[in-house]
Each structure stands twice: as structure tokens, then as C-alpha cells.
Design a protein around this ligand. Structure first.
Ligand SMILES: [Zn+2]
Length: 270
């Protein structure tokens, strides 16, 4: 599943190249998770202003309205001068004066949604409950700590919920909790300011490194292949059940929380 760093790297791969493009035509394929919400023909003639990211949504700003793109479980974007005829999993094409933007999504949990503005109900429905951006200036240790105080759920699940801070997916949550020395089952409300501050730094660090790692592969996808897979970080604990902790050599433990696998070190994380 594309996580925040993959989405950000996808954005970086085509945002500059599509800015200023005039839309020639749009094509919708099979139904995606949510409907486009307008006739694709209406998009023709509009201009792409910029591509932003909010959580795992890409916001393609047009001179009138915007498109919200989500990659779902298996989506990827391509942007190229020309693309072959759409295949069975190519469900949205935006042909522009500067190239074709295409969403390929075999499992169709992704979506492209048109909204008249970011304040319109169709956009608020998707973006309205997102927490702060982990790499942005609004993500502040004291505010983060105060928000955790109000939650009794285990910290790992609070991170994954995305309403305090967005985009900390399963891999990055396990890794950040390891770096902060916090056991994933700890109730969020019991985390001290000092530990919340460490976790805040760890979340930023792990995500920033993943973006950097993905960014270093950008020149390889000159066709703006969003097909990134994961940027394989040197994981400390994620997917390392039974293997020695890289710090203390105790075997990494795997548990299941909210139907998601969690990995942690019993010695390094308390
Ligand atoms: Zn350890």
C-alpha cells in the first residue's frame, strides 16, 4: 500500500512538469472507490496550477476546482508525453498539453474525485478529519503530547488512526516507536511529554528519511513512474519477527493490534 513517503515522492516526480498544463481531455475507466463527481468532459480547457499533498491525497489544483487523487491499496500514477492505449487497470487519464497523467489501480481502492474547492463538501468529506502533517510546521511536540493525553487506545493504533497526525502507516509507526523506545501497546494517555517529544522526532525522522530515499530514485523514473513499492528502509523491527534486535540482539516480537502486525523489541521498548 502506498504510504505517505511514496505519495510525496510521486508528487515530486511530476508536480513541476504538469504545472501550467492545459487539460485536453479526461477519461474515466472502471468505477473506483469514489465517483469522480463530474462529467470528465467538463475538465477539458482547464489549467493545472499545482500539485499539493495532504495526508495520502494528492490535490491537483485547477484554475477552477481541484482533483483529489488517492492511490488506495495498489494505485500508481504515471506522467509522460505519451502513454500506450489504456490497459484493463488504467482507470483515469488526464490528457494535457504537457503530457498524460494516468492512474493504474488493479484493486480499485484508489480514487479521483473532483471538488469545486477545498471547502466544498466533497473535499471536506475526504480531508476534513485528517490530523496535522507530520513533516509540516504544525506538528509540534507539546500539541502532540496534549492530543495523546486524551486517548486511551494503544499508541500504535492512535498513530495509525491518522486524526492526530496523518500518514504514519504501519511500517513507519513500528519504526518510529522503536526509535523512541516506546512499546506499541502503551496507552497514548500515559506517554510523558519527554517521551512524546522523542516520538515526535522519530516520526519525522523515519518519514523524512523514506522521502529522501524515494527521492533519490526519482531520476530513474523519468516517466514519473509512481510505482514505487516501498522505499526499503533499513528496518529496525518491521517484518523482523524472531530476528535479533539491531541494538540489543533480543529477538524482535510480533503481535497483532487492530488486525495489523506490530513489531517491537521487548528490551528496547518500554
Ligand atoms: Zn532491542
Amino acid at each position: 500500500m502506498p504510504e505517505l513517503p511514496e505519495v510525496e515522492v510521486t508528487r515530486l516526480s511530476f508536480a513541476d512538469r504538469i504545472a501550467g498544463a492545459r487539460i485536453v481531455s479526461a477519461r474515466s475507466g472502471k468505477p473506483l472507490r469514489w465517483a469522480l463527481g463530474c462529467d470528465p468532459a467538463q475538465l477539458a480547457g482547464r489549467t493545472v496550477r499545482a500539485v499539493r499533498r495532504r495526508g495520502k491525497y494528492l490535490l491537483v489544483d485547477l484554475d477552477e476546482g481541484l482533483l483529489l487523487l488517492h492511490l488506495g491499496m495498489s494505485g500508481s500514477l504515471s506522467f509522460a508525453d505519451t502513454l500506450p492505449a489504456p490497459g484493463p487497470h488504467d482507470h483515469f487519464d488526464l490528457a494535457t498539453s504537457l503530457g498524460v497523467l494516468r492512474l493504474n489501480d488493479p484493486r480499485r481502492f484508489g480514487a479521483v474525485v473532483y471538488a469545486r474547492s477545498e471547502a466544498a463538501p466533497e473535499a471536506v468529506k475526504l480531508l476534513g478529519r485528517l490530523g496535522v502533517e507530520p513533516l509540516g510546521e504544525d506538528f509540534d511536540p507539546a500539541v502532540f503530547h496534549a492530543a495523546l493525553q486524551a486517548r486511551n487506545a494503544p499508541i500504535k493504533q492512535v498513530l495509525l488512526a491518522g486524526d492526530i497526525v496523518v500518514g504514519v502507516g504501519n511500517i513507519y509507526a513500528s519504526e518510529a516507536l522503536f526509535l523512541a523506545g516506546i512499546r506499541p501497546t502503551t496507552r497514548a494517555s500515559r506517554i510523558s511529554l519527554a517521551r512524546a517529544t522523542r516520538l515526535h522526532a522519530a516520526v519525522r525522522d523515519v518519514l523524512a528519511r523514506a522521502v529522501e530515499k524515494g527521492g533519490s530514485t526519482l531520476r530513474d523514473f523519468s516517466n514519473a513512474q509512481g510505482e514505487s513499492g516501498y522505499f526499503q528502509l533499513e528496518a529496525h523491527v518491521y517484518d523482523r519477527a524472531g530476528l535479533p534486535c539491531r541494538v540489543c540482539e533480543a529477538p524482535v516480537r510480533r503481535i497483532v493490534q487492530g488486525q495489523r502486525a506490530t513489531y517491537y523489541c521487548v528490551r528496547c521498548q518500554r
